[in-house]
Design a protein around this ligand. Structure first.
Ligand code: FES
Length: 688
């Protein structure tokens, strides 16, 4: 329990005192002190450093300062009387209760006054830096300690006696009532302040950004205003995902996503950089495309949630370095060649208008820092969300996407790299591949005797050989294979002996196999479905997956080499796609190092989680800004060993490394002695 932070020191429990002050204990922090009778509870809390929220400056309007007084006697604190602990409800609380409702056990701490010893329970919703309380899977447990604060003030009308400017009076009042020091009203906001003060008779709500060296007013509203929301956006090479968040309680109001429109200029990052290099105005076109996409997502979310654009005051973005540069309007071409120097690597905080973002006027943007020229703010966000540094044992985190972000914590140091896997692992550039959407095959099993597949598609819980499957997919059909399905189909083809460990699709060996293995020029293809559309996996598809997974694994191996780590038993797959890969198939393909399959966990969209965390918690921004300076960055393109690891990783699961646990799990023969070329019928154990 914390010691008293301020106020009059509390006496030891059970001591007898004639002190005219009252003992106040705030829970759950346990901070306590003695205060004169008549002191507002909010003042006592502030003096002790208990950060109870207030938007209205204690005027009984916002209701954000609510507390509960614990009933009963508390011998451990020396509180033995339960009489007259707080002043009775007065006009202000009754008025608030009438207008907005106040639960019977709740009091407004700004008006309730201390009249006796008491234990005060401060609900999470009333604590600045409290945990978010809504049962939302994405922000639950995150700390809400926002960079922006709303401050309502009521100033006297100007008079001849006090000829002080509106902006100066506003800053002084915010300092007085909310305890901020040296508040700045920037020049471009002075006209707004003047207008609001005149129109609203000097009763205005200022939005103050407390993240910089000086608290700065960024927006001013007429009268009392208590809505403020923000966006957390993950700009991936392939997809853009955004969450609209209520900054007053941490609730995610809505989420939306769409394909990154820059795809039309190039599927992968380097082809987009090439587009910029080869085309006049190319950079501007790519910048405009992504900003337009963010604006469209914003409008969609505001429409969907009924929120007003004027209340969208902050946004946090995470993305890889190329996306980062293009979104900020910076030239990405130096990122395409050694030394891969970014234009800026620290966190930046432009105004939304600087980026042509259609948020509230004067809204702010926070872009997480870049780790290195090839390792972006998305990797920083993954580190922020996953916190590998709190573990004493090694942790590997792989954010699987068009560009894979790899983080390795060895117990003392955090290493990071990025590997250009390309879009194949997400189902793109695969002949029957598609984005994850209803109708896409996401799970598949192949019978090693008949080579017949059975599969499940997104939108149906039934397998294709179960009764009712056809009806369940009547609305979508079976349209393609998404990323997780591609991983599984390649793994199953290996297990069924359709492909060799070096990825060659074999020819049919009897009549019955000719419907499944069909000729494609000089190579063979495996047919999953003859229905419209015909779905099959070609030799080129297998090659594309091998190249992608080899690039990813080579990056992982490089980091393991640097950290001198031979094995791992905490591997986390992140990313919108990584989270859907069945970990045992990730092992089977050799995407990640050999380890027990139950030690490979899918952790969701960690970069997006990191963006949410940075949006809600100012301290999280400080933390990641410090962390990135300590990360050891590895540029895979400059490491001679990368090529060796890459070539070895082309095999399934690997041409050189034994992958003993994985082979044992799937009943694969040992790597050595070398494969005798016989067609293998695999055990089907452990994979359903
Ligand atoms: Fe606003 Fe108490 S601080 S109602």
């Amino acid at each position: 329990m914390d010691a008293p932070a301020a106020g009059v020191p509390a006496p030891p429990p059970n001591s007898v005192t004639t002190d005219p002050t009252a003992l106040v204990v705030f829970q759950p922090s346990g901070k306590r002190g003695r205060f004169a009778h008549g002191t507002p509870v909010l003042d006592a809390a502030r003096e002790l450093g208990v950060q109870i929220e207030s938007v209205c400056g204690g005027r009984g309007i916002c209701g954000r300062c609510q507390i509960t007084v614990a009933e009963g006697q508390f011998a451990k604190f020396g509180i033995t009387s339960s009489e007259d602990r707080l002043s009775p409800k007065g006009f202000i609380e009754n008025r608030y209760d009438e207008k907005r409702g106040l639960a019977a056990d709740r009091r407004l701490s700004c008006t309730a006054r201390i009249e006796g010893d008491l234990v005060v329970d401060v609900p999470d919703a009333s604590i600045v830096a409290g945990q978010t309380i809504r049962k939302d899977a994405n922000t639950i447990g995150m700390i809400r300690n926002t960079a922006l604060r709303l401050c309502y003030v009521e100033l006297p009308e100007p008079d001849l006696e006090t000829p002080v400017g509106d902006a100066d009076r506003l800053a002084a009042e915010i300092e007085l009532e909310f305890g901020y020091e040296n508040v700045e009203v920037p020049f471009h906001l002075i006209a707004d302040v003047q207008r609001a003060m005149r129109e609203a008779k000097c009763q205005v709500t200022a939005c103050v950004d407390i993240s910089g060296a000086r608290p700065t007013v960024i927006s001013v509203f007429n009268g009392y205003q208590e809505e403020m929301c923000g966006l957390a956006v993950d700009i991936g090479s392939t997809t853009v995902a955004a969450h609209l968040v209520d900054l007053m309680n941490g609730e995610i109001l809505g989420s939306a996503g769409r394909a990154n429109p820059q795809i039309r200029f190039g599927e992968d990052l380097m082809s987009r950089v090439s587009y910029v290099m080869m085309n006049d105005g190319g950079r501007e076109r790519l910048t405009d495309a992504i900003r337009l996409c963010v604006n469209e997502l914003t409008t969609e979310l505001l429409d969907k949630t009924g929120r007003d654009r004027s209340h969208l005051l902050e946004a946090v973005f995470v993305c890889n370095p190329v996306m980062h540069h293009l979104f900020l309007g910076l030239d990405p071409t130096p990122l395409g060649q050694a030394p891969f120097n970014p234009a800026v690597s620290h966190a930046v905080r432009p105004e939304a208008a600087d980026l042509q973002l259609e948020f509230a006027p004067n809204a702010r943007v926070y872009m997480l820092p870049i780790v290195a020229g090839h390792v972006g703010a998305d990797a920083a966000a993954v580190a922020l969300a996953q916190q590998p540094q709190i573990k004493t044992k090694p942790v590997l985190i792989v954010d699987v996407g068009t560009n894979a972000e790899i983080l390795l914590w060895d117990g003392k140091t955090l290493f990071a790299a990025s590997s250009p896997t390309g879009p194949a692992l997400e189902g793109a550039e695969i002949s029957s591949g598609q984005r994850a959407a209803p109708g896409a095959i996401e799970r598949i099993r192949i019978d090693p005797e008949t080579l017949a597949p059975r599969y499940r598609v997104i939108g149906s819980t039934l397998w294709s050989d179960e009764v009712g499957f056809v009806e369940s997919v009547a609305g979508t059909g079976v349209t393609g294979v998404c990323g997780s399905g591609i991983i599984e189909v390649v793994g199953e083809m290996l297990l069924a002996g359709i492909i060799s460990p070096d990825g060659i699709i074999r020819a049919p060996q009897n009549e019955s196999e000719t419907s499944r293995l069909v000729g494609q020029g000089r190579t063979w293809a495996y047919v999953i479905s003859e229905n419209n559309p015909r779905l099959m996996i070609t030799q080129n598809d297998i090659r594309a997956i091998q190249l992608a997974k080899a690039a990813l694994y080579a990056g992982v191996k490089l980091l393991m080499d640097k950290a001198n780590i031979l094995s791992l038993d905490d591997i986390r797959l992140a990313g919108a796609f990584g989270s859907y890969i069945d970990p045992q198939y990730a092992e089977l393909l050799g995407l990640v190092p050999d380890c027990p399959a139950d030690k490979v966990l899918a952790v969701g969209n960690a970069a997006g989680q990191g963006a949410l965390k940075a949006l809600l918690d100012l301290d999280a921004r400080r933390e990641i800004e410090a962390t990135v300076t300590r990360i050891i960055k590895i540029e895979t393109a400059l490491e001679p060993e990368f090529q060796t690891h890459f070539v070895n990783a082309m095999g399934l699961p690997n041409s050189k490394e034994p992958f003993e646990l994985t082979r044992k799990h799937f009943g694969l023969p040992d790597l050595s002695p070398p494969d005798d070329g016989k067609r293998r019928r695999r055990s089907r154990r452990n994979r359903d």
